[in-house]
Design a protein around this ligand. Structure first.
Ligand SMILES: Cc1ncc(C[n+]2csc(CCOP(=O)(O)OP(=O)(O)O)c2C)c(N)n1
Ligand SMILES: [Mg+2]
Length: 894
């Protein structure tokens, strides 16, 4: 350990330091902090102008940002609040202990909440505002692993029953249970945001705070002082999503955002930064990014010690100690701390001479001291012009004593033996007898006890309970037929892509008098890729400050227009950020009582594959809206190569229970699906969202075929697009195509008829996913209802009387068409794009992946031969005629 008095010229240096400090004190007192800051700035500039290499640091000393003499008075009854906090602590612990007694291995976390209890309780008693008639309440992202504490709080507030608490992590138990973590999907009246996949809460909170500004600036909500609070772990800051968007928050001056990082210096396996200091690291990052940083490191017990530190020795000493060592102090005795922390310098020892070893052991950290936490929260809520991060130091497993406080295993701690429970009871003064303790029962005093009356009073004063998820916003007009009608007609010989069609639809929706204002277009720097630049001018790009510069293209029609009431969220190159905006907009009906309709269009390969976990969180959040995978398809995107060519997303989308995924080929399909989506999500209020792939290949848009069942089929996932020219012919087949591969299938229909006398019907499969879900739903129902008339899957009904082999071609993995195989009358032949992409032309790619009209033709002939309807020689000859190389490489492994 280094001795702070290391210099030989220590005395001289001390005098010199004193002189400088005195000068600074003089300026501070006589001229104020602004002048002092200006002098420091000039000193720094002067020193740097000499060319000397001066180290840069954006750190402040390892002490509290707000000094003790600037603390406000604590407004609450600290004694009662401590009692309440102890009750919440007890029941949180009891929930986990009981759950694991009943069912070994059911899991749960004790130590996260144990370290964060004060951070939450000060919030519950003084800051977190609930929803009232004219105020929507604060928005709080709770740390996922602290969930037992929130349930316990809700129990004390009388919102949850003993039975519910007893069924923590047993959601399927009789009487209902509580989900392990915050899940709006599972507890839609309680949780607002899913946070437990680490890193997602922080990034979602930033975009939520920005979306609130967007709603206000666009006049969709009146301006308010609602706050977004985000609670996270210090280990969680290693996730790229946690820190990846913090400059957005400072750039946008989001002073409605307060992030509280519980710096217990530990994560799951051990210390977050054993050999460093996570608080200092985070301080530098956030200060560098332009945030207001408030460090809450030391509790009030330390104030008198710091008062003796006139030379800054203690602050310096504390700044030298690495986190692994701090953790050691948390588990060691006071004597150890005296010897190792203070013992390096007699002057430091002198500062604590009147404290016993027990006193030293009991010195509280900032994050466990309500006054320090209150001080930080108060300053954060009053701060203007910047977001605030509070770095609060705590001990993981605080109060668990020998059994877990500060231990490396504490994160996994789920059980406490009787001695440990007794120690906990004593420490937090819980009124339970020894006999009672054995079962670690839930404990709640009567409603008219001083504690519960206080709780009720505080919550009433703050507007009601949190967390609480409200549902509902006024429904959106369901009939959008006039907007979409024009797309039912074909384009004759004009070639357009489905992306162009989509952009046109979006432009029309934006212009609509009724719902135009509610549309939220979101792009991650790809608007030009999708030909959306006309929208820049039409509705503007959102910017809280408007446009402070003259855009270079000002003299053009489609200039880059930023505006305070701009409607497009142009997020820059961040799919994760865009998705967070999508979630904010798609859940605004619950968070803000406003039905905003997000359309997030992106390079399809960078969606499910890259930000799948955020899409999962959107599902959990009961999000609504449209995801559009642009430039989709493995062979549709020419020239780009394997990083961009998406043959995956339609398959991946299937994993998301409330995502409806479609691969439309024509404008009318897109029109029907979007209309249906708006009706279901915003008319009927269903909690689902859509994934639509749109392509950049231009071809003629067919007109919507006449006939009943086409619209229904588009929505259900399959309909007959075109019947064979000759349905009486001997050789028949059924061809299924989807998306940009449908035109290839239509072409194959012609080749088969003209050259091989095979008369095929063509089907458009808009959604294999929906067909798969429908098929399984029918099967399941039949299994459970053996004596009733069996249900027949929709796809089975479609092909009931359809003759000939069934061949499907898709721009996605073969597994996608294979999904419906079991419900077909004959085995499906599927063509798809398994394998890595290539930089090539569309035609070469479709040859390589074997999905063009030639391969659809060949596959059909091969299937007819398989069924004994034609001779193998015909197939052999076709291979030559179609110029197919039978020895070509297998694309699936190439
Ligand atoms: C994306 C993700 N990866 C891993 C985990 C598993 N996990 C749960 S808690 C935890 C450690 C949390 O440490 P920290 O953020 O410091 O929180 P603390 O409990 O210390 O407050 C880990 C790794 C997770 N929940 N999410
Ligand atoms: Mg931690």
């Amino acid at each position: 350990m280094r001795n702070p008095a290391y210099s030989q010229d220590a005395d001289l240096e001390a005098i010199e330091t004193r002189e400088w400090l005195d000068s600074l004190d003089y300026v501070l007192h006589s001229r104020g902090p602004a002048r002092a800051a200006e002098l420091l700035r000039q000193l720094d500039a002067h020193a740097r102008a000499t060319g000397q290499p001066l180290p840069f640091s954006s750190n402040t000393p390892y002490i509290n940002t707000i000094p003790a003499d600037q603390q406000p008075r604590y407004p609450g009854n600290q004694k009662l609040e401590r009692r309440i906090k102890s009750l919440v602590r007890w029941n949180a612990l009891s929930m986990v202990v009981q759950a694991n007694k009943k069912s070994d291995g059911i899991g749960g976390h004790i130590s996260t909440y144990a370290s964060a209890a004060t951070l939450y309780e000060v919030g519950y008693n003084h800051f977190f505002r609930g929803r009232t008639g004219d105020f929507d309440g604060d928005i709080i992202f709770f740390q996922g692993h602290a969930a037992p504490g929130m349930y316990s709080r809700a129990f004390i507030e009388g919102r949850l029953t003993r039975e519910q608490l007893g069924n923590f992590r047993r959601e399927l138990a009789a009487g209902g249970g509580l989900s392990s973590y915050p899940h709006p999907w599972l507890m839609p009246d309680f949780w607002q945001f899913p946070t437990v996949s680490m890193g997602l809460g922080p990034i979602m909170s930033i975009y939520q705070a920005r979306f609130m500004r967007y709603l206000e600036d666009r006049g969709l909500k009146p301006t308010s002082d609602r706050k977004v609070w985000a609670f996270l772990g210090d280990g969680e800051t290693d996730e790229p999503e946690t820190l990846g968007a913090i400059t957005l928050a400072s750039r946008e001056k989001l002073d409605n955002l307060i992030v509280v990082i519980n710096c217990n210096l530990q994560r799951l396996d051990g210390p977050v930064r054993g050999n460093g200091q996570i608080i200092q690291e985070l301080e530098a990052i956030f200060r560098g990014a332009g945030w207001n940083v408030i460090k809450v490191i030391w509790g009030s017990d330390w104030d008198p010690i710091f008062a003796r530190d006139t030379e800054g020795l203690l602050a310096r000493r504390l700044g030298e100690i690495v986190d692994g060592q701090y953790q050691k102090y948390a588990v060691e005795s006071g004597a150890y701390m005296r010897q190792h922390l203070f013992g390096v310098d007699p002057r430091l020892l002198d500062m604590v001479r009147d404290l016993s070893d027990d006193d030293l052991k009991r010195l509280r950290l900032g994050g466990h001291d309500p006054l320090k936490v209150y001080t930080a929260y108060k300053a954060a809520t009053a701060h203007r012009g910047q977001p605030t991060v509070i770095l609060a130091r705590t001990i993981k497993g605080y109060g668990l004593g020998e059994s877990g406080e500060g231990k490396n295993i504490t994160h996994q701690q789920k059980k406490l033996n009787e001695d440990e429970l007794r120690a906990f009871r004593a420490r937090f003064e819980i009124d339970l007898s020894d006999e009672e303790l054995a079962t670690s029962p839930f404990y709640r005093p009567s409603d008219d006890s001083p504690e519960l009356r206080y709780v009720a009073d505080r919550r009433r004063a703050l507007g009601g309970h949190v967390p609480a998820r409200a549902a509902g916003a006024p429904a959106v007009r369901a009939n959008l037929e006039p907007i979409f009608e024009e797309f039912y007609k074909g384009t004759d010989d004009r070639k357009v892509s489905t992306t162009m069609v989509f952009v046109k639809m979006l432009a029309k929706l934006l212009r609509d008098r009724d719902i135009g204002r509610q549309i939220v277009p979101i792009v991650p720097d790809e608007a030009r890729t999708f030909g959306m630049e006309a929208l820049f001018r039409q509705v503007g790009i959102y910017s809280h400050v408007g446009q402070l510069y003259e855009p270079v293209d000002m003299d053009t029609l489609l200039y880059y227009k930023e505006a305070k009431d701009g409607q497009i969220l142009e997020e820059g190159i961040t799919e994760a950020g865009s998705m967070s905006s999508f979630i904010a907009a798609g859940t605004a009906y619950a968070t803000h009582g406003v039905n905003t309709i997000p359309f997030f269009i992106y390079y399809s390969m960078f969606g499910f594959q890259r930000i799948g976990d955020l899409i999962w969180a959107a599902g959990d959040s009961r999000c609504r809206g449209f995801l559009l995978g642009g430039t989709a398809g493995r062979t549709t995107l020419a020239g780009e190569g394997l990083q961009h060519q998406d043959g995956n997303s339609q398959v991946m989308a299937l994993c998301y229970p409330n995502v409806l995924s479609y691969d439309p080929a024509f404008a009318y399909e897109l029109a029907v699906i979007i209309q249906e989506g708006i009706r279901r999500m915003y008319g009927d209020g269903e909690s689902l969202f859509y994934y639509l792939t749109v392509m950049n290949e231009a071809y003629e848009m067919a007109a919507m075929p006449d006939g009943a069942g086409v619209r229904e089929g588009i929505v259900k996932g399959l309909y007959r697009f075109r019947v064979a020219g000759n349905t009486k012919g001997k050789l028949r087949a059924q061809l299924i195509g989807s998306g940009a591969i449908l035109p290839e299938v239509i072409k194959a229909q012609g080749i088969l008829a003209e050259r091989y006398g095979v008369h095929a019907d063509v089907w458009s499969a808009t959604s294999y996913g929906e067909l798969y879900r429908d098929g399984h739903a029918a099967e399941r129902w039949n299994m459970l209802h053996p004596d009733e008339t069996p249900r027949v899957p929709y796809v089975t009904r479609c092909f009931a009387d359809a003759p000939g082999p069934i061949v499907a071609a898709s721009d996605y993995l073969k597994t996608l068409p294979d999904l419906i195989d079991r419900w077909l009358p004959r085995p499906l032949v599927s063509l798809g794009t398994d394998g890595f992409g290539r930089s090539e032309s569309r035609a070469s790619l479709r040859n390589h992946f074997e999905v063009d009209s030639r391969f659809v033709t060949l596959a059909t002939l091969a299937a007819l031969a398989r069924d004994g309807q034609i001779d193998a020689k015909v197939v052999q000859k076709a291979i030559g005629d179609l110029e197919i190389d039978p020895e070509k490489v297998n694309p699936a492994i190439a």
